[in-house]
Design a protein around this ligand. Structure first.
Ligand code: ADP
Length: 885
């Protein structure tokens, strides 16, 4: 129940209410009293003052019961206020008696209503009407008046009532009059009173309401009102056209209730304008911008979103924007957004967004939470940028990585990729896994776990160093111990640790490529070993051994060389061992050596080498070429064997032989002389005194033959010594070569009857030469022809012209012949072909040596034409002083 209590309103509340009531006072003409909810007087209008004789302004907040000399403190008035609550906040047409000063008691009709205000405030409006003589009014009029008074006086809105189909203004409250600029309207039709309303469609609306009975509600409807000559005012109105009906229910007018919302509309328009401006700015940004509300629902997307995705407003609403993401990226995009939204934190994410054409492009979505001035979360705001090209480039790098992986897999070279500090085996091809002696399971594990045997070996540290410094490591024939088939095995590898960098240049891993060179390293080691053995052997050998490379530079000397020369190996390498050869042999050696270097043939010669005491010692020097598979000379091995003692022995032997020959020659010569003397005596005797019965002559002839052989042998041995000592002197004279040949053959025929020696003289030649020595050569040729052709009887001796001033003598047999390989050798001292022939054919192997020496000293030439089993033809060529045919 309403109590007049002592509570007062705050000043602020009071102000609000007073402001409000002021509006009312201007509108309502009836005496009007306004109370607050505590029944204190808030305000009163001038009519009230006049009617109730209020002097001056009432004291603010005075209780209504105390107000104006407790005028209203009557039981009826108190009842009205009490009943206000129970009767639905409104009391109408209650009569009260009020004592007016000087006038006494007067009757008033009271209408009261409680008007709720914002912030749970309310006011009580009380209008008073002096009681008329009620009997003068019709009942309908009474009701109508009450209603109109009530509405008009209390309503804060602009109200009017239009009558009839012409819409004639019947009543209008102050608000309404103010709205239309206080025009004189009562009794006029709307068209007459407000002609500008027609063109704005209001008459049409009124006609419609009047004719159909359907009320019309206008919402923020603009109205342009004329406020002066050519002056207009724009208003926005919320209004209701409510038809009124007469007793029979027939429409007789329209109740118009208008609220001017121009200010609100203008304010909102302002906001909308600035929002529109913002939107247009946002729309011109070359990026997609989106805003969500506090529930995470999309409330704004700038036009770039729509033009990019082809979505419309409806599509994108709420979480609809997700439909434009790539199906594979949708979950991720949604998750990122919800997480950012729920935790009110910024995020950035890249996903594929479908464009209008249906293609997908990579975008970067960056979002931040939005807060108002008080820090309340308002939703998320974000931008979406097309980063397709960048992303493709990135993918390219990844793809490159992928390609790299492909290459690694395909590579025949053992290859692996490690990543991170732990050296995770990211990839290893079959070759590498085989090299490790492991299986596929090592992929994905850290290297030190996959190959625990590396612990204690330098490789993990090397890898870490590559990761830190970015410097490539090249391993050359590095020794690696690996556990293969349950056994520690040592191998040697050439390998690289190469840093791998991402697109920003950061090292993210290492590429390891390895080649197993165990075989070559071990064979090199074996080679070194065998080289060592060779040196050891060479040092142990009695001779002096040296090695020379293919170009002829000395590269090795054994210990004996060092001992012999008293010099170090470096010194010998520098000057070369040739420097130690005696000047007499040096030139011959160098010539032969050069020939060797050019042709790759071997060399053998006797020469003297100077020892550390400066003494020359005879050596047999042999240089043998060691060749590569292609035939080129890899190196030469030279062995010098000391033959000084042998030489000396030989010398002594020769001296002995010389002496023997000399000693033998005298008695043999005298024996021969006597035998010949006896033979000639015997011949004469036979002619004179019959032949003796004794076989004296054949015996003597045999003796003579043997002595001739012996004499020749002794001469030859003597000649040998002479040649060695360079004492073989020639007694040159001019003689007829044909005659010498005929004589010699005749002599031989004398003792050899088995063979038929034919002499064919194509030319007659005179030569200047030692007749005996040339004879000796002819004898040697013919005797050999006889000796080595036991199966044939024919020997052809020929003298022919070689060229203009040279003559050739040749002796041809049809005997055993000589193999090509021996053609040169048979001219050497004591050389005889084959052991068997030595048994079959007597001889010492010095005849041809002497023959060669003799012819060479005559500046002639010996030639041999022979094949094994095909007979031989020996010939010599001499300069002739005269050749005639
Ligand atoms: P000898 O005949 O005393 O052995 P030579 O110096 O005269 O010594 O000959 C050297 C070698 O040459 C002989 O041992 C022989 O093997 C070979 N020889 C020489 N002449 C002939 C020939 N006419 N037919 C075959 N072999 C020959």
């Amino acid at each position: 129940m309403l109590e007049s209590d002592t509570s007062k309103l705050s000043k602020k509340e009071l102000n609000i209410i007073q402001n409000y009531t002021e509006g009312l006072f201007k509108t309502v003409r009836e005496p009007l009293l306004v109370l607050d909810r505590h029944k204190n007087v808030v305000g009163l209008n001038s009519n009230f003052k006049k009617k109730f004789k209020v002097n001056g302004e009432p004291e603010a907040g005075v209780s209504v019961f105390e107000f104006n000399n407790e005028q209203l403190d009557t039981p009826e008035f108190r009842e009205i206020l009490d009943d206000l609550q129970t009767e639905g906040n409104s009391i109408s047409e209650r009569n009260i008696q009020v004592a007016l000063p000087q006038k006494g008691k007067r009757g008033f009709k009271v209408n009261a209503s409680v008007l709720p205000l914002p912030d749970e405030n309310s006011i009580i409006l009380l209008s008073f009407k002096k009681l008329k003589n009620i009997r003068d009014l019709s009942q309908q009029e009474k009701v109508y008046n009450r209603l109109v008074e009530n509405i008009l006086s209390n309503a804060p809105a602009a109200i009017c009532i239009l009558r009839g189909p012409e819409h004639t203004f019947e009543v209008a409250n102050e608000h309404y009059l103010k709205l239309i600029g206080h025009r004189d309207i009562i009794g006029k039709t709307v068209i007459e009173a407000i002609p500008e309303a027609e063109s704005q469609g209001f008459i049409e609306l009124l006609d419609h309401v009047y004719s159909t009975g359907e009320p019309y509600i206008g919402n923020e409807t603009p109205l342009k009102l004329k406020v002066g000559e050519e002056q207009f005012k724009n208003s926005h109105l919320n209004f209701v056209y409510q038809p009124t009906r007469d007793k029979k229910g027939k429409i007789d007018g329209i109740f118009v209730h208008v609220v001017d919302v121009s200010e609100q509309v203008a304010a909102r328009k302002n906001v909308e304008d600035s929002e529109a401006r913002l939107r247009s700015v946002i729309n011109t940004v070359p990026a997609i911008i989106w805003i969500t509300d506090t529930d995470g629902q999309s409330v704004f997307l700038n036009k770039n979103w729509y033009s990019y995705t082809g979505q419309d407003n409806e599509d994108a609403k709420g979480m609809g924007w997700l439909n434009a993401t790539h199906p594979d990226d949708r979950k991720m995009a949604e998750f990122a957004f919800l997480e950012g939204h729920n935790q009110r934190k910024s995020y950035s994410i890249s996903f594929r967004l479908r464009n209008k054409q249906g293609g997908y492009r990579w975008v970067l979505d960056k979002a931040s939470p939005k807060f108002d001035a008080d820090g309340n979360y308002e939703g998320m705001i974000g931008t979406v940028m097309d980063v397709h090209e960048e992303r493709l480039k990135e993918n390219l790098v990844r793809e490159k990585d992928h390609r790299l992986q492909g290459i690694v897999k395909e590579a025949t070279v053992a290859t692996a990729i490690y990543t991170g500090r732990e050296m995770n085996i990211e990839l290893a091809n079959d070759a590498m896994i085989k090299l490790w002696g492991k299986d596929d399971s090592v992929i994905g594990t850290p290297l030190h776990k996959a190959l625990p045997e590396l612990d204690g070996q330098p490789f993990l540290d090397l890898l870490r160093n590559v990761l830190e410094t970015g410097e490539i490591y090249w391993g050359k024939e590095d020794k690696v111990d690996l556990m293969i088939d349950g056994e520690m095995q040592t191998g040697y590898y050439n390998f690289t640790y190469k840093p791998l960098r991402d697109k920003n240049g950061e090292i993210y891993g290492i590429l390891n490529m390895a080649i197993d060179v165990t075989e070559s390293v071990t064979s090199k080691m074996l080679l070194k070993e065998s080289e060592f053995h060779f040196r050891q052997m060479a040092d142990l050998m009695p001779g002096m051994v040296s090695k020379t490379d293919g170009k002829g530079d000395d590269i090795y000397f054994n210990k004996n060389w060092l001992d012999f020369t008293g010099k170090g190996s470096e010194h010998l390498k520098e000057i070369g061992w040739v420097e130690y050869i005696h000047p007499e042999e040096k030139e011959t050696f160098l010539k032969a050596w050069e020939d060797c270097l050019n042709t790759g043939c071997n060399l053998e010669m006797q020469l003297r080498l100077k020892n550390k005491e400066g003494k020359y010692i005879w050596h047999l020097s042999r240089c043998e070429a060691v060749k590569e598979d292609d035939g080129s000379v890899k190196m030469w091995i030279a062995a010098n064997t000391e033959i000084d003692k042998i030489k000396e022995e030989e010398k002594r032997k020769e001296e002995f032989l010389k002496m023997i020959s000399h000693e033998l020659k005298t008695p043999v010569t005298s024996i021969k002389g006597y035998v010949q003397l006896l033979l000639s005596l015997l011949k004469k005797q036979q002619e004179a005194a019959e032949a003796s019965k004794l076989p004296l002559q054949p015996s003597l002839e045999r003796i003579n033959h043997q002595v001739t052989r012996l004499t020749r042998l002794i001469s030859e041995i003597l000649d040998l010594s002479r040649i060695r000592e360079n004492q073989l002197e020639l007694q040159s004279e001019e003689f007829n070569l044909n005659e010498l040949l005929a004589e010699t053959i005749q002599d031989i025929n004398y003792t050899n009857t088995q063979h038929k020696i034919a002499l064919e003289s194509k030319v007659q030649a005179h030569v200047v030469a030692d007749r005996d020595r040339i004879g000796q050569v002819i004898i040697n040729f013919v005797m050999n022809a006889i000796k080595y052709s036991p199966g044939s009887h024919e020997i052809n001796v020929k003298i022919t012209r070689e060229d203009e001033d040279r003559v050739r003598v040749s002796v041809k047999d049809f005997g055993i012949g000589i193999g090509q390989e021996n053609h040169k050798k048979i001219f050497k001292r004591f050389y005889r072909v084959g052991v068997k022939s030595e048994e079959t054919y007597s001889g010492f192997g010095i005849g041809l040596y002497l023959a060669n020496e003799i012819i060479e000293r005559h500046n002639g030439e010996i030639q041999l034409n022979s094949e094994l089993g095909e007979g031989s033809e020996f010939s010599f060529i001499l300069n002739a002083t005269q050749i005639t045919s």
